[in-house]
Design a protein around this ligand. Structure first.
Ligand code: IMP
Ligand code: MG
Length: 426
C-alpha cells in the first residue's frame, strides 16, 4: 500500500496526529489537503509535546511535508509554528513544501470570523476564530488571494485593496473595526518574502511521488462529521475534512488512495456547537473530559464528551471508503464498569441507523444504546492484543463488527510506544 490517508471519523480530535506520526515512519511524504490553522494535532515524542496546526505531523520524522492547495494558509500562524519546531530542534527548511495555489488567510478573515460569531449569538457555530470560514468563502466567491498571487505585485495590491475596502464595510456593519490597507499590504509583502523558500508547485511534487511508487500519506484535519458536504451542516468546518477532499485539495486523481485509515476515539467528543446525540452532559461526561484531557489543542475550550456513536461513524466510513480503523484513547475508559455504544437514533417513532441530513432530526434524535461490560483494569501498558483485558477486546471486536473495517491499531496512551498493532481482524 503506497498511498494512504488518515482521517477522523468523528468530530475531530480523534488522535490523528499520533497515528500520522506513527505511519510517517514508513512514508516518504506527508500531505495536508484541507483546513488550516483551526486544526490542532498533538504528538508526544519522549518528554516533548508538539502541537501542530498547519504543518503535517510527518515533519517530526523528517519527511517531505506538503501543504496542499486545498489548505488555507495563515502565514503568521505558519511562522509561529516553524519557530516553535526549530526551537525544539526540528528541521523544517528544505522539507516543507507549500502549494502556490493555496488560498491565504488575511487578518480580515479572522476579524470577520470573530465578529460573525458574536453576531450569531446563541446560534453561533463555535468556530476556532482562525478565519477559516471567511477565507474559504472568498475562495468560492473567487475573491480570494492565493500564495502565487502574493508575487504578482500589481494584481496583489489591487485585489487586496478591493478586499480590504469591502471587508471593512462588512466589519463596520458588524460593529467591528476595519483594517488599514497600507499596513496590511506591507505586512503581507513581508510574509511573502519569508514564505518564498517554501513555495512550490506541489501538484507536480505529489503526483510524481505517487507515480514513482513513493509512499505518500495524506493527513486530514478535523473529522468527517465536520465536513462541509457530509457533516452536521451548518455546524461544520468549511472544507471536506474527510477523504473526499483529497483529490481537489492536493490535485491528485480520485482513486489514487490505496488505504483509508479512519481514526476514532473509543468514545466521542465534539468542540463547538451542533448536534451530538450521544453526548453526556453530566458528571460522567465531565469525568471523561478530566481523564481524557479533553480540552481543545487550538482554543483550549472544554470538549463535549459522550459515548461511541456507531451511526455517525458508519456515515463517515461510507463517505470516505475507510478500509481500516485506528481506535484511540481506549485507556480513558479503563475505570468504567459499564460502557455504552449508540447504535441508533430515535427520531419520532423511528429508529434511524443512517445519519440524517436534517438538522432538526439530528437535534431531536435520542440515542439508542447497547450496554457492554467495562474492564476496570489499566490498559496503558498493553502492547499486544493479548495484553488487553477480555472485556476490552470484546469492546473492540464489537466496534469492528458493527462498523465493518478491521481495527488495525489501538492506542492506549499518548506516547508512540503506547500502541497495539493488531495484525488482522479481531
Ligand atoms: P472553524 O473550522 O474554525 O470554522 O470551526 C467550525 C467548527 O469546526 C467548530 O465547531 C470548531 O470547533 C470545529 N473545529 C475546527 N477545527 C477543529 C479541529 O481541529 N478539531 C475539532 N473541531 C474543530
Ligand atoms: Mg485537534
Amino acid at each position: 500500500m503506497s498511498v494512504r490517508c488518515v482521517i477522523g471519523v468523528q468530530w475531530g480530535d480523534e488522535g490523528k496526529g499520533k497515528i500520522v506520526d506513527l505511519l510517517a515512519a514508513d512514508s516518504d511524504m506527508v500531505v495536508r489537503y484541507q483546513g488550516g490553522g483551526n486544526a490542532g494535532h498533538t504528538v508526544v515524542v519522549g518528554k516533548e509535546k508538539f502541537v501542530l496546526h498547519l504543518i503535517p505531523s510527518g515533519i517530526l520524522h523528517g519527511r517531505a511535508c506538503v501543504v496542499g492547495n486545498g489548505v488555507v494558509l495563515d502565514p503568521e500562524q505558519l511562522f509561529a509554528e516553524i519557530g516553535d519546531l526549530e526551537a525544539k530542534g526540528v528541521r523544517v527548511r528544505g522539507r516543507l513544501f507549500i502549494s502556490d495555489r493555496a488560498n491565504v488567510v488575511f487578518p480580515y478573515h479572522k476579524a470577520l470570523d470573530r465578529a460573525g460569531e458574536l453576531k450569531r449569538g446563541i446560534t453561533k457555530i463555535g468556530t476556532t476564530g482562525r478565519g477559516i470560514g471567511p477565507c474559504y468563502g472568498d475562495k468560492y466567491a473567487r475573491t480570494g488571494i492565493r500564495v502565487v498571487d502574493l508575487y504578482d505585485n500589481g494584481l496583489f495590491e489591487s485585489r487586496l485593496k478591493t478586499n480590504v475596502e469591502e471587508k471593512n464595510e462588512q466589519l463596520r456593519a458588524l460593529g467591528a473595526e476595519g483594517l488599514d490597507f497600507g499596513k496590511t499590504l506591507r505586512e503581507f509583502r513581508g510574509w511573502a518574502k519569508r514564505l518564498k523558500p517554501f513555495v512550490s508547485e506541489t501538484l507536480g511534487l505529489v503526483n510524481d511521488a505517487i507515480t514513482s511508487g513513493k509512499r505518500v500519506l495524506f493527513e486530514a484535519a478535523q473529522g468527517a462529521l465536520l465536513s462541509v458536504d457530509h457533516g452536521t451542516y451548518p455546524y461544520v468546518t468549511s472544507s471536506n475534512s474527510d477523504a473526499t477532499g483529497i483529490s481537489s485539495g492536493a490535485g491528485v486523481p480520485p482513486g489514487c488512495v490505496d488505504a483509508v485509515i479512519g481514526v476514532a476515539k473509543a468514545y466521542t467528543t465534539r468542540v463547538g456547537s451542533g448536534p451530538f446525540t450521544s453526548e453526556l452532559d453530566n458528571a460522567l461526561g465531565e469525568k471523561l473530559r478530566q481523564i481524557g484531557g479533553e480540552y481543545g489543542s487550538t482554543t483550549g475550550r472544554p470538549r463535549r464528551c459522550g459515548w461511541f456513536d456507531l451511526v455517525g461513524c458508519r456515515h463517515a466510513i461510507r463517505t470516505s471508503g475507510v478500509t481500516e480503523l485506528a481506535i484511540t484513547k481506549l485507556d480513558v475508559l479503563d475505570g468504567l464498569d459499564t460502557i455504552r455504544i449508540c447504535k441508533g437514533y430515535r427520531v419520532g417513532g423511528k429508529v434511524l441507523r443512517d445519519f440524517p441530513a436534517s438538522l432538526s432530526a439530528l437535534e431531536k434524535a435520542k440515542p439508542v444504546y447497547r450496554d457492554v461490560r467495562g474492564w476496570m483494569k489499566p490498559t496503558t501498558a498493553a502492547r499486544r492484543m493479548a495484553d488487553l483485558p477480555p472485556e476490552a477486546r470484546a469492546y473492540l471486536r464489537l466496534l469492528e463488527k458493527e462498523l465493518g473495517p478491521r481495527v488495525s491499531m489501538v492506542s492506549v496512551g499518548p506516547e508512540r510506544k503506547q500502541t497495539v498493532v493488531t495484525g488482522g481482524r479481531l
